[in-house]
Design a protein around this ligand. Structure first.
Ligand SMILES: [Zn+2]
Length: 339
């Protein structure tokens, strides 16, 4: 019975979930440089511009969160989207249709699992940059196979990650309608809609992250891994009550950079009040030494009660949460470009 298999529904292990709200508060107070810089100072003979203003006058990025929310709604409306089923195929076409004119590649293979063979297809959209190196952003689009018969639609878990990547693509291709060959001013950014993130039976090293395990191996062989400056995973980022955990399975400097970006946008209260070790699509890359960050809110409803249940529906989500994560990650890309 499904209710007796409660533990296996959690495809992510939260080994440690510690409250560090005091530290987060003091951190916010310490780094409140923005308001200090905004204070009107009387003109003096030797004006000293703030360090931030001197190096960076770029406007803060803002994604179209309403559009991203509509994508989420459309993706969830496909219904259960486990590897290889009809809804999954429809969603593959939906993603590809939204990437017209972009450089799109497939990483397709057959996964041999305890529940049989499944077709797996990672979809990659590449946005070339002028700098040597790649920023990778991943998000899974499959939904959980064991939950296929309970009306599970994964609005947050699978839906929000698919949608936010589609919106990143919109942001990254700005200006390319006039100049199709125009490179972005910074690193190349590759968006990866990963497949087979969910376990087909019970989460383990061999029953999870099928798509990203395959891609990490492939990119290790062809030398791509060495070029990756940063890899960020988006997962369950639509929760209306957004609290992104600091997943300690990641590169500390990159986790800090995301926090800095959140601070610049004024969103820091939604980041890192809790921390823990969370397994997700980044693990095969993390294990190979790639600088990673898993941007995830694994506190979905009180005590995570909506996670991997039929309750994972649109009414639990908010466009504001997509705005917070979307703006923060676009700003993180901007900060990475300057390194
Ligand atoms: Zn899941």
């Amino acid at each position: 019975m499904l209710s007796h298999r409660g533990t296996q529904r959690f495809r992510i292990f939260l080994v440690l979930l510690a409250m560090v709200s005091t530290a987060a508060c003091s951190k916010g107070a310490d780094t409140n440089a923005t308001s200090a810089a905004a204070n009107p100072e009387p003109a003096t003979a030797t004006p000293v511009p703030s360090a931030a203003a001197a190096v960076d006058n770029a406007p803060l990025p803002h994604i179209d969160a309403k559009r991203a929310f509509e994508y989420t709604r459309e993706v969830a409306a496909f219904g259960p989207r486990y590897m290889g089923n009809e809804n999954h195929k429809k969603l593959e076409r939906y993603i590809i249709d939204h990437l017209k004119g972009d450089q799109v590649e497939d990483d397709a293979f057959t996964a041999d699992t305890v529940e049989g063979k499944f077709p797996v297809r990672n979809i990659i959209a590449k946005f070339p940059g002028t700098k040597d190196g790649i920023i990778v952003i991943m998000g899974h689009y499959d939904t959980n196979y064991p939950l296929r018969n309970i009306g599970y639609v994964g609005a947050n878990d699978g839906g929000s990650s698919t949608a936010i990547l589609l919106e990143y693509a919109n942001q990254l291709r700005v200006g390319r309608d006039q100049k199709p060959d125009k490179k972005r001013d910074g690193y190349s950014v590759w968006l990866v809609w990963t497949d087979g993130e969910e376990a087909v039976k019970t989460w383990s090293d061999t029953d999870s992250v099928y798509g990203s395990r395959h891609l990490a191996e492939k990119w290790e062989k062809d030398g791509t891994l060495k070029k990756i400056k940063a890899l960020m995973v988006m997962d369950m980022i639509g929760d209306a009550d957004l609290d992104i955990q600091r997943n300690t399975k990641g590169a500390p400097w990159l986790l800090d950079l995301i926090y800095t970006a959140a601070e610049r946008e004024g969103y820091q209260s939604h980041f890192y009040a809790m921390q823990g070790e969370i397994e997700d699509d980044h693990i095969p890359f993390f294990d190979r030494g790639v600088p990673c960050a898993d941007v995830i809110d694994l506190d979905y409803g009180y005590n995570n009660v909506f996670h991997h249940t039929a309750q994972d529906t649109m009414d639990k989500l908010s466009p504001k949460s997509l705005q917070i994560v979307g703006d923060t990650i676009m700003e993180t890309i901007h900060l990475l470009d300057q390194r």
